[in-house]
Design a protein around this ligand. Sequence first.
Ligand code: KG4
Length: 359
Amino acid sequence: MNPITILAIESSCDDTSAAVIRDGLLMSNVTASQKVHEEFGGVVPELASRAHQLNIIPVVDTAIKHAGIAKEDLSAIAFTRGPGLLGSLLVGTSFAKGLAQSLGIPLIDVNHLQGHIMAHFVEPSADYIASNPKLQGVEIKHPAFPFLCLLVSGGNSQIVLVKAYNDMQIIGQTIDDAAGEAFDKCAKVLGLPYPGGPWIDKLAHEGNPKAFAFAEPHIPNYDYSFSGLKTSFLYTIRDLMKAKQLETVEQLVEAVPHLKEDLCASLQYTIIDVLMRQLKKAAQDLQINRVAVAGGVSANSGLRDAFIDYGKRFHWEVFIPPFSFTTDNAAMIAQAGYFKYQDSDFCPIDEVPFAKTQI
Ligand code: KG4
């Protein structure tokens, strides 16, 4: 029997990524990030879609070459249909359609959020591990069903009940900003580059997490809110500037030793506390002790430590993806596509992308 070989394309935001999976093993995963947004302090949608147009052919070509296959070997093409930026999604979607049509193979649409959760099922091939030293010796555990997944990225903060590969239910989600957005926007206030999450993570190591107490939301059920915390962070800085009679944040962080580090540590501590409190409530109420984390913010070292800590304290079996599969990547889309291929769950050629969150 011919192997099942799937090319996956991810272009939902500002990363152009392509991956190849063969009989369930990841063969390649290539990502081009877009530096063009740095100077604007956030992703500029029009620039993102133009950069995807420039990147898509070389990225797909490299993924196919790294996998050691020819495009004629492909059984299907999976692509991220949404949620995301429409202009960005259109590039990946149109490219996937054109290539699938020219090769006469089926198309598989993948939900970006489900893709993040499927990162937990990626099984890298021996060749892939050999060429990615960071994965060597890393244990990739696949959760059994059902499990809870905290999905935290730049655009989403959700608690998802995962009953099967193709059966997921959002049981809690943010009513305003996402956790990644809170990291990025507060980092911007401090004058840190975009995306600010990794910078806050780095500076937090040097600071005191209890130096500042920011307002925490008290939301019923399992939902999240981060806009109040963001305002509280901003007001804390404004009050400090007033007290010291300084004009700019730059002058303030220069004048007060360790202030930047303490603000970052306290912010990170509060965001993690908010995330974990609702997750613990959900795990208790649903009596589920398999708990996973996914999405770009799952790269945060404090959040990863909190997962390990909660696992020990509340007897959870915890699942934390390898760093390379936390932020946007096509390996997770390939994995989701591989499961859908086995169910012959293909999509029509006239399928259109969608921008808003749905699972
Ligand atoms: O999943 P992702 O790559 O893209 C979206 O689909 O949104 O997530 C990007 C988000 C950004 O907000 C970024 O600041 C955040 O993930 N992020 C982090 C860390 N690494 C990435 N946030 C906190 N700590 C990190 N180490």
